[in-house]
Design a protein around this ligand. Sequence first.
Ligand code: FES
Length: 157
Amino acid sequence: MTPQWNDLASELLQRFGDETRYAIPILQAIQTEQGYIPIPLLEAIASKAQHLQANQLYGVATFYSQFTFTPKGKHTIKVCMGTACFVKGAQQIVDAFKSALSIEIGETTPDKLFTLQTVACLGCCSLAPAVMIDGHVHGQVTQESVAALLKAKGFNL
Ligand code: FES
């Protein structure tokens, strides 16, 4: 276990306390500050805490979709694969992002700039095919506009 996780575990326990009811606030702080939930950090917390156990923290983190165990990039791209978007070519859009970024769905680029995800429906089917980048929806996305969307976020093609 690295000293970094040990120090952070102590700091989190000091900040929130060592009760089971603080499991979610602690996980939320980790997710916000680290961008993901590092397993070694959960183990460090459990080794220092009296009431919080690693499997309990892990269980809570796997239950809620807001938590992720893999590092996320600075920008999150969510390509809609719902029915309306799918029939309008969402597969080609996701393929264009995969090819431009050289990553698969669920992965983050090595420079930690982009994470690529797919979602079932963004709730704006009239804009199909739709993509959400950092919470903003882009509609009628084409394979050609993928490059422009990435460039606007600092990606050099
Ligand atoms: S199916 Fe894509 S926004 Fe609804």
